[in-house]
Design a protein around this ligand. Structure first.
Ligand code: S3P
Length: 188
């Protein structure tokens, strides 16, 4: 169990739910948030892989995107049913594309949208080829298209938005924790 680095303060008794486009920093910042707060880190992509018994690229290839979205919604509903406290939940970038997922995200916790500008996103996603939606003849154009289509969905789902383009992971994590403490003050 990691020792919370800011344990001089009362513990937060909520979950942090990270949403945002691929490459916005959900996994890396999620890991750091979990370490700093002594929270569990849960990742909907990893839970989908576990539930399906297949890698994400294989789900998309053999079962299709709709099947992936179905797994993703089921995994989210299961997390809500578990009545978690003290977890960071990193979600897949497309979780906001199903309207029925939005109330579940809010039931789960404080919904934080991570953003980054398009250049930064493209540079980050280019380092990892495991994202089937970007297996297109022109991934740059796909990123641009998906980003503009999804931006309003993330904005509508978020309680709070943080641009990570020029921030270190540590800076981003500290700002999210400060905001969560402001909004969810622990009773004495
Ligand atoms: C997706 C994002 C991926 C993963 C899947 C679909 C999307 O997660 O869920 O490849 O639709 O944006 P990350 O955002 O963690 O890369």
């Amino acid at each position: 169990m990691p020792v919370p680095s800011d344990n001089l303060e009362a513990p937060l008794s909520i979950n942090l739910v990270l949403i945002g486009f691929m490459g916005s920093g959900k996994s890396s910042i999620g890991r750091l948030l979990a370490t700093k707060l002594g929270f569990h880190l849960l990742d909907t992509d990893a839970l989908v892989v576990e539930a399906a018994g297949m890698q994400i690229t294989d789900i998309f290839q053999w079962k299709g995107e709709e099947a992936f979205r179905e797994y993703e919604s089921q995994v989210l509903a299961c997390l809500v049913d578990r009545n978690l406290r003290g977890a960071v939940v990193a979600t897949g970038g497309g979780i906001v594309t199903r309207e029925a997922n939005l109330p579940l995200l809010h039931e789960l916790g404080f919904v934080v949208q991570l953003t980054a500008n398009e250049e930064v996103i493209f540079e980050r996603v280019s380092r990892n080829k495991a994202r089937p939606l970007l297996h297109t003849p022109n991934p740059r154009e796909t990123v641009s298209h998906l980003l503009s289509r999804r931006a309003p969905l993330y904005a509508a789902a978020a309680d709070y938005t943080l641009d990570t383009s020029t921030k270190s992971h540590a800076q981003a994590a500290d700002e999210i924790i400060a905001e969560a403490r402001r909004r969810y003050p622990t009773p004495l």
